[in-house]
Design a protein. Structure first.
Ligand SMILES: NC(=O)c1ccc[n+]([C@@H]2O[C@H](COP(=O)([O-])OP(=O)(O)OC[C@H]3O[C@@H](n4cnc5c(N)ncnc54)[C@H](OP(=O)(O)O)[C@@H]3O)[C@@H](O)[C@H]2O)c1
Length: 252
């Protein structure tokens, strides 16, 4: 089954790589990325237009930015029997169906760049079995029973910048205190890698892990206590609240 992509950018490229570049038809925009993928994988072809992608496959992945989505999708003619997978953030299924102009299956997903190395955890709504199987090939598909669950995972996915922002802040502080930048970078990168493995593989609750990794009265406990007392956890939940309002269309 050929998988067609409308929009060949970061996420499309990660998916194509995660799928091993088999039976893929790419839209011509994002020409450099498309050319590089076609050169790397014999199973990747670049179509002459967006419409040629839709005409040449059963399942179409919409992978353009939200700002151009309506214009791009309204210009396309889909046919009954096709299936659409949308990776477009904060854009509802009904809206996409309206732009398509046909009542066809539209499945929303949130693939992250880690799908490229087969390590993506990808929320899928509704949990269409074919689409679940597709994302299981690129890591683990997470079925969402409701759009509310899907939206909440979209909020969860928005912590990646903050994760690196915390490391950036700690590195900046260590450097300002006199540690060479390169030493701080190497140390924090290694620490983050070890913590990431624990977060993924331990069955323990995060609260339990926080306690396990904080000696009573010790340094780790102190940083999190001061962080919370100074509004750190409140600021984080404030950020999550504001993103939930945005992904549900009820905020900015
Ligand atoms: N990046 C992430 O981590 C991430 C995660 C989850 C979801 N998403 C969602 O995935 C979607 C794509 O994100 P991205 O990071 O892959 O963006 P991106 O790298 O900017 O890719 C967007 C692609 O769309 C192409 N494009 C623009 N106008 C087009 C048109 N008229 N017809 C066909 N293609 C067109 C662009 O081509 P040109 O380069 O020629 O302009 C580019 O190749 C977004 O909706 C985003 O919300 C992203």
């Amino acid at each position: 089954m050929t998988l067609g992509f409308i929009g060949t950018g970061t996420i499309a490229a990660a998916m194509v790589e995660g799928l091993g570049g088999k039976d893929v038809l790419l839209s011509p925009r994002g020409a450099d990325v498309a050319a590089a993928l076609a050169a790397r994988f014999p199973g990747v072809r670049v179509a002459t237009s967006n419409q040629a992608v839709v005409d040449g496959c059963e399942t179409v992945v919409l992978a353009v930015r939200p700002q151009v989505a309506e214009e791009v999708i309204r210009a396309l003619r889909f046919r009954p029997g096709q299936k659409v997978i949308s990776v477009i953030a904060a854009t509802g299924i009904e809206k996409i169906k309206d732009w398509i102009g046909l009542d066809m299956p539209v499945i929303r997903t949130i693939p992250l760049p880690f799908v490229a190395e087969g390590r993506g955890v990808t929320p899928v709504f509704p949990p269409d079995p074919e689409v679940m199987a597709l994302f299981d090939r690129m890591g683990t598909a997470i079925p969402c029973a409701t759009i509310d669950e899907f939206d909440l995972l979209a909020v969860g996915s928005a912590i990646m910048g903050s994760y690196f922002g915390i490391l950036e802040t700690v590195q900046g502080w260590l450097t300002s205190q006199g540690l060479p930048e390169v030493t701080a970078r190497a140390y924090l990168g290694g620490l983050a890698a070890c913590l990431g493995t624990v977060a993924e593989t331990s069955p323990a609750a995060f609260a339990t892990l926080r306690e396990e990794y904080s000696t009573k009265g010790g340094l780790n406990e102190q940083v999190f206590r001061v962080f919370s007392e100074m509004g750190g956890t409140g600021a984080l939940t404030g950020g999550l609240d504001s993103v939930l309002a945005r992904v549900t269309g009820k905020g900015k």
